[in-house]
Design a protein around this ligand. Sequence first.
Ligand code: CU
Length: 227
Amino acid sequence: GPNDPLRVRRPAHLVAADAEYVRKYEAGVRMMRDLDASGDPRSFKSQAAIHEAYCNFHYKVTAAASRTPEIDFDVHFSSIFAPWHRMYIYFFERIIGELIGDSTFALPYWNWDAPDGMMLPPIFNNASSPLYDANRDQAHVTAVMDLNKGPGAENDLPLCTDDACVKENNLSVIYRQMAVDTALQFHGNKFCAGGTPGSPGSLENAAHTAVHIWVGETWGCSEPPGP
Ligand SMILES: [Cu+2]
């Protein structure tokens, strides 16, 4: 409710030092995984299915009045990206808070824009934790990440042979995605029924998509888009 304390999200590589917090986070995710996968909308599977529903071109939209051709409805590749994912994470966080009985619970965030956060946060690489996923690229789970792997990869950054250089390049990628000239360039184009599909903004297209690729997904969903 409006009188509850503010939930404060902290960098995931720093919460590792807070054993009580990690215990609560793991307990909440374990409870989500243990809920009835198809019968309880709060279950980890159900929540994953919500993202899938709006990610792999399951829905089409058309402007009925003008009978324009159908286009895929997707919460990526347009300015819908930021508000939709913000909503999605908000409810994911609320579900955990409810399950563990702590209305102040806040998810951690991956602080990949700071040099110390430029690898998979170690709390996600503990095989006995519910935060673990064996499908992640095992060559990357303890390595400094390369944020210049997204569709908008920059081709003028130095080729690196050491981690310090990779981190410098990552800071350049982050700077360029943040320091764009217009809101459209940052958030992406508007998505309109009857129009052409939107195009992604720098927020989505640079470091964010690079992280998906780094962790082991070519796309942000379980499947690449169909033909
Ligand atoms: Cu997504």
